[in-house]
Design a protein around this ligand. Structure first.
Ligand SMILES: [Zn+2]
Length: 306
């Protein structure tokens, strides 16, 4: 693993344009992702399918349904050409700090609304539907995001939003917006995201974490309030590294992230972080997109508000 230099990706901007620079190339690629075992009718499942007129439309020989590779997918009722979706996906996974809707608007020459919608749909597809439980040594910490109150820590949070994170050493992370940093909330987050037999939970000395240990899970703390940051291998530096990524994204790209969208920014950060050593991240993100629920604009707004 080479976290500092990142993993060599299977795509870069040059071969992205060579490989996926027009609609036909994008469609062929999506067809391979959607139907790895051969084209199948999305209505009846039949694999007896003919190409209709040109390559863009297929014709089912069983039920006569005509469909394209994007039928029933997130790409379908988008007026955007597929190569712009591909480029947007690339820009989102490639940018360590994330990309704002304004940057996306300029990169793709689209309206702000289109760019915003596109970013959110890609971000939504990145959300981890059924994550594995973390295990081994897991660091847990909370941080405050947004608002005007200065300083981080467990004290006054003003109008900031609390985010809790857990990361398995050298492995994946889970990030979530929480309403409070009390014992019940933090314990619930840890229970939902770690395996019952996790070797150890490392936190700072915030009292709400007390009592999380059990017969097969140790709980070790570093006493941040006494300026103790590392004791042997006990520290929360990995999860704090994620906070610094999060803060640089918010300062660098998103500026003001409204609370209602923070959850989806966390999904995006989590996806990039968890795939930091995945050289097929571009392919895997497109796979998530082609399998994602086709969220309409109204629903997306509704989801963001709720
Ligand atoms: Zn059919």
């Amino acid at each position: 693993m080479n976290k500092k230099n990142g993993t060599k990706q299977d795509v870069n901007l040059v071969n992205l344009i060579e490989k996926y620079g027009n609609e036909e190339k994008c469609r062929d690629y999506l067809a391979g992702l959607r139907w790895p075992n051969g084209i199948a009718c999305p209505r009846c499942g039949s694999t007896s399918v003919s190409k209709y007129r040109d390559k863009a439309v297929y014709d089912c020989n069983s039920c006569r349904y005509q469909f394209s590779v994007t039928a029933g997918t997130i790409f379908h009722d988008s007026h955007l050409p597929l190569w712009k979706w591909f480029l947007a996906t690339y820009l989102m996974i490639e940018s360590k700090k994330g990309i704002s809707a304004n940057q996306m608007k300029r990169a793709l020459s689209v309206s702000y609304k289109t760019a915003w919608y596109l970013c959110h749909r890609i971000r939504n597809a990145m959300s981890n539907g059924t994550p594995n439980l973390l295990k081994g040594i897991v660091e847990v910490d909370e941080t405050y995001v947004g608002g005007k109150a200065k300083g981080f820590g467990h004290g006054y949070k003003g109008n900031k939003t609390i985010v809790v994170g857990a990361t398995q050493r050298g492995d994946e992370a889970r990030l979530q917006v929480i309403d409070d940093n009390g014992r019940k909330t933090l314990h619930q987050f840890i229970r939902e995201n770690t395996a019952p037999n996790t070797e150890a939970i490392y936190t700072d000395d915030w009292p709400a974490y007390q009592g999380i240990a059990d017969h097969d899970t140790r709980h070790e703390t570093v006493n941040h309030s006494a300026e103790e940051w590392v004791r042997g291998d006990v520290h929360t530096n990995s999860v704090e590294g994620i906070w610094s990524l999060l803060k640089r994204s918010i300062v660098g790209s998103y500026h003001k992230v409204s609370v209602k969208h923070l959850g989806s920014y966390l999904d995006e950060l989590e996806w990039r972080f968890n795939n930091r050593n995945n050289e097929y991240l571009f392919r895997d993100t497109l796979l998530k997109l082609i399998r994602a629920e086709n969220l309409r604009y109204e629903k997306l707004i509704e989801k963001a508000v709720s």
